[in-house]
Structures are given as C-alpha cells and as structure tokens.
Design a protein around this ligand. Structure first.
Ligand code: ZN
Length: 156
C-alpha cells in the first residue's frame, strides 16, 4: 500500500471520551478511517488527531477532534444519514446492508418478530460487513439493531 493513503492515528494522548464542544454530549472515539470514509469532501492537510462522534439528535456536529483547531464535520458533510441523529425516516440502522428502522418495524408489524439481527450476524460471520467504513460510529450496528427491535416489541 502506498504511503499517501495510510492513516496513522495519534490517539496516544487523547482521552477515550470527550464532550462535544457544541452541546456537551459525551462522545466516544472514532477511527480516522471511518471519518475519512464518510466525510464527503475532506479538507486538504487534515491534522492527524483523534476524532470523536457526537450522536446527540439535537446537535449538528457529527465528528469533532481532540485538536480544537481541526475541522468539525456536520451532518451535511457526511455521505450517509446518521441514524442516531435523525428523527424522520429513513433512519439508517445498519449501514452495510441498508436496513432502516422502518424495515425492522415493518417486519415486526407483519410477523411479530425481527430477524434483521440474525440476518446481519450471518453476513458478519461470513466476513461480508464493512462497519468501519460505512457506519458513522465505525462499529458494528448489531447493538443498535437489537435495541430498536426490542424497543418496538416492548411497545406492542
Ligand atoms: Zn454535539
């Protein structure tokens, strides 16, 4: 791999959690590969710094950096809708296979259960997911999918 495309995170001194500078939400670290994959247009000369994901629905900031001088990225800067921040459909839940909250709700409405998590597990087990470069959190969506199904079932 050529050097120009390798990303080295300098996360050594950055804390695991930082407060969003806009709304104070406790935000977890997100890898530089996730940020560079999901931000539509990267600024030139981006600093090597630790980024964090603010998942508060009432805050426009998605990614902010440990280095306060580094650019912040807002909802409109990303190539995907950030499900955690959206209140109107479509609310993406699984970014690799395109499941939305509505897909989960529709299945529960039709059959009384949700098989989305199982279907995702099959794909993950077969190494066919790409959460690090598709999900704004950089993490697997299974927790969110499972929670959405459980909350919906609890409402019934
Ligand atoms: Zn925020």
């Amino acid at each position: 791999m050529s050097d120009c495309c390798s990303v080295n995170e300098e996360s050594g001194t950055a804390p695991a959690v930082m407060d969003c500078p806009v709304n104070g939400r406790r935000s977890k670290r997100v890898g530089m590969l996730t940020v560079t994959s999901l931000v539509r247009k990267l600024p030139l000369g981006m600093a090597k710094t630790q980024y964090y994901l603010c998942d508060a629905p009432d805050c426009d900031v998605v990614y902010f950096a440990f280095d306060a001088e580094a650019p912040r990225f807002r909802r409109e800067d990303l190539v995907v809708r950030v499900g955690a921040k959206e209140t109107a459909d479509p609310i993406p839940m699984c970014y690799c296979f395109g499941f939305t909250r509505q897909n989960i709700w529709d299945e529960i409405g039709g059959t009384g259960k949700s098989t989305v998590a199982e279907r995702i597990v099959e794909e993950v087990d077969a190494d066919r997911c790409a959460c690090e470069v598709k999900n704004p959190s950089g993490k697997c969506c299974l927790g969110d999918v499972t929670r959405a199904a459980r909350d919906r079932l609890a409402q019934k």
